[in-house]
Design a protein around this ligand. Structure first.
Ligand code: COA
Length: 259
C-alpha cells in the first residue's frame, strides 16, 4: 500500500489533466497540524509521479476555511529548536509547491490565515470566494509568519502593505485582496471550484513547456530579463512551439505533447 493510501487529513485526486488536493480537517477550520503537513508532502509526491497532470487545484473542505493557520495547540508546545525545524520543514514544502513542474491554484473558500495564507502564497495563482478572509495573525500569538509569508507576501503586494498585514495581524476581505493583487479573482462561494477548474483547464490546454518556462521567467528576480530571453529561445526549440504556431496559421486547435 502506498503511503498516500492511508492519508486522513488530505485528499488527493490525480486524474489528469487537473489534480485536486483538499485539506480535510473542517472541524478545526483545516488548521495545518503535523499530520496534515506530512500528508500534504505525500500528496505533493503523488502528484509529482502522476502522468499528464498539468495543473493542481488546492482547496479546503467545508464551508468556512481554506486553512486557518498552523495548529495553535501544537505551536503552544514548541521550543526554539523544534520551532526552527518546523519552520524549515514548512518552508521546504512551500518552496516545493512554488517550484512544482505545473502550477498550483489555491481556491480560497473562507479563512486563509497564517500558514493557510502562506500555503496559498506558495501557489502560482489564488482565487477567492466572496466570503474569504486573508491574514497573517501570527503577531497576535507572539509569533511571526514561519512558512515563507514574510518573503512571498512582500514580493506579491509590496513591503508597505505586507508590513501592515503582518504587523497588525488583521485579516482583509476578498475584495481588498483582489484590489491589492493578493488574489486574481473573486467569485461567489458556490462558483469557486468551478472557476478554479476552468482556470486550471485553460492552463492545461496550453503548451506544457511554455507554461513551465513562463512561470520561471515571471519568478526570475534580478536575473529575470536574461532568464526570459534564454527560456524564450528554448521555447523555439520545442515541437509544441512549431505545432502551436502552425496550428494558428492553419486555423486549427493545436495538439500539444509537452515536447
Ligand atoms: N489551530 C488550531 N485550531 C484551530 C485553529 C488553528 N489555527 N483555527 C481554528 N481552530 C479550531 C478552533 O479551536 C475550534 O475548535 P473547537 O471547536 O474544538 O473549539 C474550531 O477550529 C473552530 O474555530 P472557532 O475559533 O471556534 O471558530 P470562529 O468562527 O469563532 O473563529 C477564526 C474563526 C478563524 C477567527 C478563529 O478560529 C481563529 O482566530 N483561528 C486562529 C487563526 C490564527 O491565529 N492562525 C494563525 C496561527 S499561526
Amino acid at each position: 500500500m502506498a503511503p498516500w493510501d492511508q492519508m486522513q487529513l488530505v485528499q488527493v485526486d490525480t486524474t489528469p489533466p487537473v489534480a485536486h488536493v483538499t485539506l480535510n480537517r473542517p472541524d478545526k477550520l483545516n488548521a495545518l497540524n503535523r499530520t496534515m503537513m506530512r500528508e500534504l508532502t505525500l500528496a505533493w509526491g503523488k502528484i509529482l509521479q502522476a502522468k499528464d497532470v498539468r495543473a493542481v487545484v488546492l482547496t479546503g473542505a467545508g464551508e468556512r476555511a481554506f486553512a486557518a493557520g498552523a495548529d495553535i495547540a501544537e505551536l503552544a508546545e514548541l521550543d526554539a529548536a523544534t520551532a526552527q525545524a518546523l519552520s524549515k520543514n514548512g518552508n521546504d514544502l512551500m518552496s516545493g509547491i512554488e517550484r512544482f513542474a505545473v502550477p498550483w491554484i489555491a481556491a480560497i473558500n473562507g479563512f486563509a490565515l497564517g500558514g493557510g495564507l502562506e500555503l496559498a502564497l506558495a501557489c502560482t495563482l489564488r482565487i477567492a470566494s466572496e466570503n474569504a478572509r486573508l491574514g497573517q495573525p501570527e503577531v497576535k500569538l507572539g509569533l511571526i509568519p514561519g512558512y515563507g509569508g514574510t518573503q512571498r507576501l512582500t514580493r506579491l503586494i509590496g513591503p508597505a502593505r505586507a508590513q501592515e498585514m503582518i504587523l497588525t495581524g488583521e485579516p482583509i476581505t476578498a475584495q481588498e485582496a483582489l484590489r491589492i493583487g493578493l488574489v486574481s479573482r473573486v467569485v461567489p462561494r458556490a462558483e469557486l471550484l468551478a472557476a478554479a477548474d476552468a482556470l486550471a483547464a485553460q492552463i492545461a490546454a496550453n503548451a506544457p513547456l511554455a507554461v513551465r518556462w513562463a512561470r520561471q521567467a515571471v519568478a526570475g528576480g534580478d536575473a529575470g530579463p536574461e532568464l526570459e530571453s534564454s527560456l524564450f529561445g528554448l521555447c523555439c526549440a520545442t515541437a509544441d512551439m512549431k505545432e502551436g504556431t502552425r496550428a494558428f496559421i492553419e486555423k486549427r486547435v493545436p495538439a500539444f505533447q509537452g515536447k
